[in-house]
Ligand binder design. Structure first.
Ligand SMILES: C[S@@+](CC[C@H](N)C(=O)[O-])C[C@H]1O[C@@H](n2cnc3c(N)ncnc32)[C@H](O)[C@@H]1O
Length: 270
């Protein structure tokens, strides 16, 4: 109940602004979508760069920005496009940005992108039904730095790592997450019902900031910097541990392991 009240309050622009001022006074770093170019200009020069989810509404703008800032090789990746605007910008600038049509959670897309120093991914994570798989995919291509921006939900006091799965919520359940008062006109799967045919267009997960950080850490990233907003986070991370990979044993090894476990009597029904 108290949490619903908190979320509703943060959706009121004036209260949201007061919240930002309060958090800034507490010493937190406040984020905003407009600061993305700043992070790209800081990290891209002299490095290879991939913009994952580069197209919708921005037509590869962040990929071109990275190139302009001095990135060596730039890949712009998306599940649709390229748009005519992207093609026109590419032509007008004499750009070498390479468009890759592909789903970042598919192996063949990772192979086409290859290892990249700096991976930028904004506005994609909450559009995927399996955010951990998406982060592991980003880790597989990321050699050094991940710049990640994503929608989040406010922290749930006393319940760290909480998250909300949006599909199948009824109209009342969805209404809480509708950010129209803050200027978001359409959120597929929230403004209206979840539409399977819209695929990744739907909003799937409302992760709390703590849940996002834990997912990033388990996927092999160290969070160096996080700029917070009531309904979004921007993180700059360093690739540290290898991406999580559960090794499937060959049939002989699997059989031997199974025999050892049975002999030890350590497997009990959960
Ligand atoms: C909300 S838009 C964000 C666009 C831009 N990055 C920004 O921050 O303004 C999400 C973009 O990610 C793309 N996308 C969604 N899921 C994807 C996936 N699994 N692999 C690659 N691109 C994806 C969408 O097609 C869309 O262009």
């Amino acid at each position: 109940m108290l949490y619903r009240w908190k979320v509703r309050s943060l959706k009121v622009p004036r209260l949201n602004l007061l919240w930002r001022r309060w958090r800034a006074r507490r010493g937190d770093i406040l984020g905003s979508y407009d600061r993305l170019p700043e992070y790209i200009r800081r990290h891209a020069p002299g490095h290879s760069f991939a913009d994952v989810g580069c197209m919708w509404g921005v037509n590869g703008e962040y990929a071109f920005l990275a190139e302009e800032a001095g990135a060596t090789r730039v890949a712009a990746v998306d599940v649709f496009g390229p748009t005519p605007e992207f093609e026109e910008k590419r032509r007008a600038r004499g750009s070498r940005v390479e468009f890759i049509l592909g789903d970042i959670t598919r192996l063949e897309t990772l192979d086409r992108i290859g290892e990249t120093d700096v991976v930028f991914c904004a506005g994609v994570l909450y559009h995927h039904p399996s955010p951990f798989d998406l982060l592991v995919a980003l880790r597989r291509i990321c050699r050094q730095t991940l710049i990640l921006r994503t929608s989040t939900i406010p922290e749930v006091r006393g319940l760290p790592n909480a998250a909300v799965y949006f599909p199948m919520l009824d109209a009342r359940g969805r209404e809480l997450w509708n950010l129209k008062p803050l200027g978001l006109l359409h959120q597929a799967g929230i403004t209206g019902e979840f539409q399977p045919a819209d695929g990744y267009g739907n909003w799937f997960w409302g992760l709390t900031p703590s849940c996002l950080e834990s997912l990033l850490k388990t996927a092999g990233f160290r969070v160096e910097f996080r700029a917070t907003e009531a309904f979004a986070q921007t993180c700059v991370c360093t690739a540290v541990a290898p991406a999580l990979h559960h090794e499937l044993p060959d049939e002989l090894t699997a059989r031997r392991l199974a025999a050892e476990i049975s002999a030890a009597g350590i497997a009990r029904p959960a």
